[in-house]
Design a protein around this ligand. Structure first.
Ligand SMILES: Nc1nc2c(ncn2[C@@H]2O[C@H](COP(=O)(O)OP(=O)(O)O)[C@@H](O)[C@H]2O)c(=O)[nH]1
Ligand SMILES: [Mg+2]
Length: 408
């Protein structure tokens, strides 16, 4: 079957990363070896550990933040106790509910009798973390500067985080006769924080103003995005693919990382088509495609269960939600059979024309391989975009819904 007259737009640009990957696998392994190698690469993030240290004085809001970022409330099973004097404790660890390899470490702040500068590095095993969040609900002190320098010397990143800003804004608003905009108050807090950091010898820094009870507000998302951007590729995948956040910004981060997998998925497809299996149509690796699409849906909160949950929150039935939003991605049949039918709608003649221009080092000489590569790439991009748009639509509907219910 062929969709007559349908123009297929291919993107022939190959990234350097893709190029190096193609070269490397081609030289060292046979076709089967290549398949295995790329598949393992796709899953490597699942085995990669990420250790996040949260440090700061007692009462700064460390435990509360760790609970919130793990999607838990104080008092729930597995949640950290909040408002607990920590002088008797040392270091507590909490794993991420979606990925046990992400560990949050609740560290006591430096500068108490028990945790003084001389012993701190050893006591908390400072060298073992990937990055540090230095918390305060008020001022930062010389001890924070000392710690920041230690972290810098180890070649690692730290971020200053000022907590409980919502409460401070409320207090300030309540204490005034003439109302002042929340933004104005927020900027005043920011300015004070930066001045405070300068006073302890840290200039050119940024401080994230957050409130763990208002994660949609202030710098909470900015902090999350910044951590992601600063991490090396594999660690970035760990956090982007594990984090539950559903903001538009998070969805776009997820899309960006998922997109990077497409050349590899396409290459496996191409290689598969070059290995003849009698009696099986291996033009494209549909099982692989289906797995990847399932992964997209899980990432975007578009599995059947997740859509059901979203529909419930909106007070609708699942079918209603799909129809209401005219969801493109969700109307598609993502079974292996459905994907096969989809791929057959590609204009084969055009795909073959493309092959002439597209010289893959490994499979370029094999027309079937090049066609598989291009059609897998084409459809995965389309499917990813469709699902991404659907996720944004749900987000929009959710925020309209919550705005409506809070104005009632
Ligand atoms: N309003 C507000 N209260 C917070 C915030 N973070 C923590 N708290 C409260 O501050 C107290 C101490 O928090 P906790 O997380 O136990 O601090 P830790 O000692 O640094 O672990 C608790 O009563 C929390 O409910 C926040 O961002 N906003
Ligand atoms: Mg605590």
């Amino acid at each position: 079957m062929m969709a007559s007259g349908k123009k297929v737009e291919y993107n022939n640009e190959r990234t350097e990363e893709e190029e190096a990957l193609l070269d490397d696998v081609f030289k060292t392994k046979g076709f089967e070896g290549i398949q295995k190698y790329i598949k393992e690469g796709l899953d490597k993030w699942r085995e990669t550990e990420l250790h996040i240290a949260v440090t700061g004085k007692s009462g700064a809001g460390k435990s509360t933040f760790i609970n919130v970022i793990r999607g838990l409330k104080t008092g729930e099973d597995g949640a950290a106790d909040t408002d607990v004097e920590e002088c008797t404790k040392t270091v507590q660890s909490y794993t991420h509910p979606k990925n046990k390899k992400i560990v949050f470490w609740d560290l006591p702040g430096v500068g108490t009798k028990k945790f003084n500068r001389e012993k701190y590095s050893d006591q908390v095993k400072l060298a073992t973390y990937d990055f540090f969040l230095i918390f305060s609900s008020q001022r930062f002190f010389d001890d924070d500067e000392w710690l920041a320098n230690k972290i810098k010397q180890m070649g690692k990143k730290f971020y200053f985080v000022r907590t409980k800003v919502s409460r401070e804004i409320d207090d300030e608003e309540n204490g005034r006769t003439v109302a002042r905009g929340r933004d104005v108050i927020l900027e005043k807090i920011r300015k004070n924080c930066l001045k405070n950091l300068e006073e302890i010898g840290i200039s050119d820094s940024f401080v994230y103003l957050i409130d763990s009870f208002k994660t949609d507000d202030f710098d909470f998302n900015k902090l999350q995005s910044c951590l992601i951007e600063d991490l090396p590729q594999l660690k970035r995948e760990v956090i982007v693919f594990s984090i539950i956040g559903k903001t538009d910004d998070m969805m776009s981060q997820k899309k960006k990382e998922l997109e990077k997998r497409i050349p590899r998925i396409s290459l496996i497809s191409a290689v598969t088509s070059a290995i003849p299996v009698p009696g099986i149509n291996t033009a494209v690796d549909f099982f692989l495609m289906k797995n990847e699409v399932d992964f997209y849906r899980d990432q975007f909160g578009l599995t059947k269960d997740a859509i059901n949950r979203s529909a419930q929150m909106l007070g609708m039935r699942e079918e209603e939600l799909r129809k209401d939003l005219k969801m493109r991605g969700l109307f598609m049949d993502y079974t292996v059979k459905g994907l096969m039918a989809l791929c057959q709608t590609i204009a084969i003649t055009e795909a073959v024309e493309e092959v002439a221009k597209f010289m893959l080092p490994i499979v370029g000489s094999i027309a079937a391989g090049a066609i598989s590569y291009k059609s897998t790439q084409y459809w995965m991009k389309k499917i990813l975009e469709g699902l991404y748009q659907d996720a944004l639509k749900i987000n929009k509907m959710m925020s309209m819904h919550s705005a409506k219910s809070s104005s009632v």
